[in-house]
Design a protein around this ligand. Structure first.
Ligand code: PHB
Length: 395
């Protein structure tokens, strides 16, 4: 779809070519028009901290480029999506229809992402997903204008099962929130764990974003598994870690998780996170110069420590910079824009990663253990892990 501003810009270019160099004030204004970036992120609720970390990471990447994209000034628009899937389409349209953004950066919650996805596919507006791992976005419903700089929900947990079985934990209970992210994380976990020789003896769930875990923890105590594996994040992760410890389960049952369980929560969770093992495409403790520099710069700019969400936001910025530079800020030049973003290699604080044909990162997964206030790296649990991209016909 062509926006009104793009039409003005195009007619301005035509004027410049056909008139004798005489530019009307209106046309000059159109050509120096600002590029519009829309954030659709959670700024309230259980994922509020995640949204802020993503925005900060994105801004850091842009600020390293002098705060411009392809030479153009930027105007920012923001919508708090509240992690509410029921308002997903309406909120995405506030940015696309009302604010006429050139790109939507969002979001965190998989259900809300499906709302953005519908609007992105209908309008053709560029969407960069800085977190939500919903499979459909880069599998059956993949789209040329939708890119992800984070993960698919099953990517981190695919690598978890082998590490558990290697530690002798062959009987596990799985617990999560009952929505796409939890269910798809389970899919990855089940595939990896059963292939490694483990058995899931029970799958438990609570509705998102509930944090009433007591009845389930009592059930886990009675089941006596070797291990518990889970997907929780943000405020809910803090509550789950604390309740697991308060119930005394940490003494006899090893707790594992998709790495989000221990991201951005270590201060709040305190003792309850110690010794928890997770798999994730990032670790704060990654000993590479790119990560060390990123962590220094982020802490200096925002007076807080970055986590995986900040890294994903930073990489969304890096990807957009690549695209925008290739088209000198004219995001309506889609062929060249996508050409620069397809198959991009991103020099990330998580290590180098490449964009798959389905527009999802191909990346290493690390096994981590919480020691003090850090996710210490124990090793690489999966090398260049690529999502199946099943049903996607791009590239
Ligand atoms: C998701 O809904 O896709 C989601 C939310 C929070 C996370 C990871 C995935 O930390």
């Amino acid at each position: 779809m062509t926006t009104r501003r793009q039409l003005i810009a195009r007619s301005a270019a035509l004027w410049g070519a056909t008139s004798s160099g005489l530019l009307l004030p209106q046309l000059v204004r159109a050509q120096s028009d600002k590029l519009r970036v829309g954030f659709m992120l959670p700024y309230t609720g259980t994922f509020a901290k995640l949204g802020v970390a993503i925005e900060n990471g994105f801004m850091l990447a842009l600020n390293e480029q002098g705060g411009k994209l392809g030479g153009r000034e930027i105007e920012f628009y923001k919508v708090d999506d509240e992690s509410n899937p029921a308002k997903g389409v309406e909120n995405a349209n506030k940015l696309v229809q009302r604010d006429k953004v050139d790109v939507v950066i969002g979001t965190v919650h998989s259900g809300v992402q499906m709302g953005i996805h519908k609007v992105a596919r209908d309008s053709g507006v560029l969407n960069i997903i800085p977190n939500a791992g919903v499979h459909a976005a880069t599998r059956a419903l993949c789209a040329p204008n939708v890119y992800r700089t984070s993960f698919t929900n099953s990517q981190p947990t695919l690598a978890l099962g082998k590490a558990m079985v290697e530690r002798g934990h062959k009987k596990a209970v799985w617990i999560t929130w009952n929505y796409a992210a939890g269910e798809e994380a389970m899919e990855g976990f089940e595939a990896g764990y059963t292939a490694a020789g483990g058995t899931i003896i029970k799958k438990l769930g609570v509705p998102f974003p509930n944090v009433e875990f007591q009845a389930m923890l009592t059930e886990i105590a009675a089941l006596k598994p070797d291990a518990v594996a889970c997907f929780f994040a943000g405020g809910g992760a803090v509550k789950f870690l604390k309740d697991f410890k308060a119930a005394g389960l940490d003494k006899s049952i090893q707790l594992y998780g998709s790495g989000f369980l221990t991201e951005g929560v270590l201060d709040a969770a305190g003792d309850a996170a110690q010794g928890v093992l997770t798999t994730m495409h990032y670790s704060d403790a990654l000993d590479i110069p790119r990560n060390k520099q990123f962590r220094l710069d982020f802490a200096k700019a925002f007076k807080t420590q970055p986590d995986v969400y900040a890294v994903q936001g930073y990489d969304a910025g890096q990807l957009l910079i690549k695209g925008a530079n290739a088209v000198k800020g004219d995001l309506s030049n889609k062929k060249a824009l996508y050409g620069a973003m397809d198959g991009a290699s991103i020099d990330s604080p998580r290590g180098m990663w490449t964009m798959s044909k389905a527009h999802n990162p191909i990346q290493d997964m690390y096994l981590r253990e919480v020691v003090g206030k850090e996710n210490k790296v124990l090793g690489v649990a999966g090398k260049a892990v690529e999502d199946s991209g099943k049903g996607c016909r791009l590239g």
